[in-house]
Write a protein that binds this ligand. Structure first.
Ligand code: URP
Ligand code: ZN
Ligand code: ZN
Length: 463
């Protein structure tokens, strides 16, 4: 099977250039300036896409999703639905999470999550949650590493859900990860700070607008510092997921100044939404953890994005229906999480590139190359190098229009970006050479996605 994409502007690692891409057997074959003599991209029997006026990115990667969560309040988007949203969002690979399941080894936990994801349209890999240490963990981590899972998830909160790894175990974990070159990713909200803040609050039924008071930015500062200081001790890189606040960023800056290698992920909602949304009548729809912060936090994070202090923008897509979100009134009981995979590139392009906060090359690094490098999937993913997977997103600028949920695909039934001015969208998504979205039409298939085993995370190569 072969395909040629002509006349598009390729967004590369350092600059943008007009070129044609030829694809064969799922791989990128050539990238060439067709106007130059000798650069002939003619391949017989090929399908052609004219990408004139569009930008060509290495397929976007959503480095933080929660599709297909079960339990008492299952997520609205399973692996098929979530990956469908992502495909419409120009994403070709996503990274989801495996719980450390009781009675199972880490490898068995990961394998059961891979099985759960068998309906995925897109390629995916996993971060493995680690909630309890025991004598078998060194061997289990080593087994996990051999199956290509090289990132762990450490929760500093959610004690009541049994996922918060006791702080007395962190030192051992950091030491093991140093030896195995596994990347620790941290949900940074210190439960001790949250508990203290909560004790000072006396509301009978605190609604969504009180959520930021129960989970203050000081909790993010504290957790980033605790994990960061341990990373310094062990000379280990550290990855902070969904950084939400100026306080959290202050901790990152302090640690980086002290020589810690910290990779920072944030989300479109912490960049462009704030706690005012929680005060709306439908405030529950905007509830996630960490909570939305202040306008000032948005501004500080946007400046950090422009300045290159933020490495990755991912979504934390964890969708619930409106019914699920409105069922409970107390902010501590409303299911945490919002959808976002489909909106990711539209929002980053419209609010970031079109508003001159970042350029297209930065957008490419934030959404494609850096997540692929950081999680050990580069250059197969996150690049347009000849010989690598032909995962490609054609992104087309358009006249400003208001984002309307009716054009999106999440089973949650809403978008927190409804009404945002949108100035471009992915028009074609290609996974390993197969066109799966073209001009709004889905032509992929259930189960097309594959588990991607990862190699050494790039931050370890720098040390
Ligand atoms: O509210 C959120 N973020 N839900 C998903 C779980 C998490 O902490 O990332
Ligand atoms: Zn989290
Ligand atoms: Zn999450």
């Amino acid at each position: 099977m072969s395909l040629i994409i002509r006349n598009g502007y390729i967004v590369g690692e350092t600059h943008i250039r007009k070129a044609d891409i030829s694809i064969e057997n799922g791989k990128i074959r050539t990238i060439s300036d067709s106007s130059l003599p000798g650069n002939d991209t003619e391949v017989k029997g090929t399908d052609e896409i004219d990408a004139a006026g569009s930008y060509i990115f290495p397929g976007f990667i959503d480095a933080h999703t929660h599709y297909g969560l079960g339990g008492v309040t299952p997520t609205a988007d399973g692996f098929f639905d979530g990956s469908l949203c992502a495909a419409y969002g120009g994403i070709t690979t996503f990274i989801d999470f495996a719980d450390q399941e009781k009675g199972k080894t880490l490898r068995e936990s990961a394998e059961s999550r891979i099985e759960a994801a068998k309906d995925s349209i897109l390629d995916f890999t996993l971060h493995q949650g680690l909630y309890r240490m025991h004598a078998g963990i060194p061997k289990e981590l080593s087994d996990l590493r051999s199956m290509g899972i090289r990132a762990l998830k450490l929760f500093t909160t959610y004690k009541k859900f049994g996922v918060c790894l006791d702080e007395t175990s962190w030192d051992e974990l950091f030491s093991l990860c140093k030896d195995l070159e596994m990347l620790i990713t941290v949900h940074a909200e210190d439960d001790e700070v949250i508990d203290k803040a909560s004790k000072l609050l006396h509301y009978e039924i605190p609604g969504p607008e009180f959520h930021p008071l129960f989970r203050p930015a000081a909790a993010e500062y504290s957790a980033v510092m605790k994990a960061g200081n341990l990373a310094l001790k062990h000379q280990l890189p550290l990855y902070i997921v969904h950084l939400s606040s100026a306080e959290g960023l202050r901790a990152v800056r302090e640690l980086r100044a002290g020589g810690v290698e910290i990779i920072v992920e944030t989300t479109p909602h912490y960049l462009f939404l704030n706690r005012k949304y929680l005060e709306r009548e439908n405030g529950s729809l905007y509830l996630m953890t960490p909570p939305l912060r202040d306008l000032l936090d948005n501004e500080v994070l946007q400046q950090a994005l422009s300045a290159g202090e933020i490495d990755i923008v991912a979504t934390d897509h964890c969708a619930f229906t409106k019914e699920q979100k409105f069922e409970k009134l107390d902010c501590r009981e409303i299911p945490f999480g919002i959808p976002g995979s489909e909106e990711l590139s539209r929002v980053i392009y419209s609010k970031g590139v079109e508003n001159n906060k970042i350029d297209l090359v930065q957008m490419m690094h934030l959404l494609s190359a850096t997540p692929a490098k950081v999680f050990g999937m580069y250059p197969e993913k996150g690049s347009l190098l000849p010989g690598t997977d032909a995962d490609i997103t054609i992104f087309t600028p358009q006249n400003p229009s208001k984002l309307n949920f009716s054009t999106l695909h999440s089973r949650s039934g809403y978008s927190v970006y409804d009404g945002f001015t949108i100035m471009g969208k992915p028009s074609v998504t290609i996974l390993r050479g197969e066109v799966i979205i073209r001009d709004g039409q889905f032509s992929g298939s259930r189960g097309l996605g594959k588990f991607i085993p990862c190699s050494t995370p790039a931050p370890f190569k720098k040390l």
